[in-house]
Design a protein around this ligand. Sequence first.
Ligand code: NAP
Ligand code: MG
Length: 492
Amino acid sequence: MEVTLKERYCHFIGGEWVEPQGGKTFETVNPATGEVLARVAAGDAHDVERAVEAAWQAYHQSWSRTDANARGKILYQIAEIIRKNSEELAHIETLDNGKPLLESRLDMFLAAECFEYYAGAATKLEGKTVPVFGERLDYVLREPWGVVGQVIPWNFPLLMAAWKLAPALAAGNCVVLKPAEQTPLSALRFCELIGDVVPKGVINVVTGFGPEAGAPLVRHPKVKKVAFTGSTEVGRQVMAAAAANVADVTLELGGKSPQIVFPDADLDAALEGVLLGIFYNAGQQCSAGSRLFLHKDVYDPFMEKLVERTRQIKVGDPLKPETQMGPLVSREQQKRVLGYIELGVKEGAQIVTGGKAPEDPELQKGCYVEPTIFVDVQNNMRIAQEEIFGPVLCVLRWSDYETMLQEANGVQYGLCAGIWTRDLLQAHRTAQRLEAGYIWINQYDVYAYGAPFGGYKQSGIGRELAFETLYHYTQQKNVNVDLSGKPSRWFR
Ligand code: NAP
Ligand code: MG
């Protein structure tokens, strides 16, 4: 499919395409080829100001008066638009991000489902009454914050936008969204497509860099709630910025998730889950199962198959249907990941496959890294502690259950975990003891709308994808009413 990109993209503010006030733009690049795809507005505090104003105006003039059923219908329409245009959107995503087309298509499907889930949820967000003393009625309303600021990463560009936008809009907020600088195009095309369906100013997109466009958004005094997905390091800065206004914050941050293989596991199933967990999206996922805890009794046969299958992964042009792994998102990310591989070798771990950029002459212009596996990894090595965010698996051999559990939990992160065993009692016991927000038993990387996704420890605050996500996008108002009609006199 041929997609037609514009040469230049502006901000989407108040339903209009708005030039960046500072006049600056930047290039967005195809990481598979190094080609410049388009120039995009580099936003600053002035642009953020306009977007926040436009969002408040839309909130007061239209969105706060739109009832939940009508909001739900609009979200259904957005889902329809994504489905109808999914081929085009998937191609744009692959061009901008480098992920294989098959993965981009799945992203679009999941983005549409996300809008559908929250379309249905909009009318189910209810308040409550509280039984209180005396002749009184006490009721609690859930009201939107008004304007929400959202900052998202480059690994699942439109899907992350959907995870953020859908619950915020369903709960009745207007949004200013800043996409990642590496991958702004799918969100901008999305805005073009939904222009007739969503009232002007309800969704605003300001593109640009974190410090210039992201920071003014998250510290803006009129932004009452901030939602962020990205690195833990930036997450801390976002939280500190929001603290200046005592704005509510949810954070979805990094991970270093363990995959635990017990000796009685279905090893074929575990093999598939381990491969998917670390090589899907070239390992650029917060949920990546990047530490494999492999029991000593199955270590050799499992590793043999794992290495063999890893070597068979087809790395290449993400637009080709046979490609299983594309490039990383940028030259910078490629350097970062190769730097971690170098570090792992220095720390004394052994590479059993991969370990460098592929030598294929056709891939030299792209930001590729071979699927890589380290063995002889100690849990205190930096490669076992830090989020590499690339196709790099660290394997740790285990024999003692308690030691393994301690190590599995022995990182600052706590996002996901995978447990592979036929002994379900063992699986549930282990799930209870893992410090992680989202755990899979005998599968990996399976998400369901309705099931809360988010991190323990420094992997984040708050939960996405669930009904209770709507609570993060509302504040409670308690109303206490006297029903007696008699004045209560305190001073007699
Ligand atoms: P990042 O810096 O955390 O970026 C995430 C988003 O935050 C981007 O939109 C970014 O803008 C923006 N941002 C940066 N500084 C900001 C600030 N001071 N205030 C407000 N917004 C700000 O992630 P990255 O640099 O792209 O990637 C670095 C590492 O983060 C990765 O290697 C990985 O370990 C981790 N990461 C995790 C996730 C995840 O899903 N949990 C996703 C992406 C990255 P720019 O586009 O200008 O950077
Ligand atoms: Mg790009």
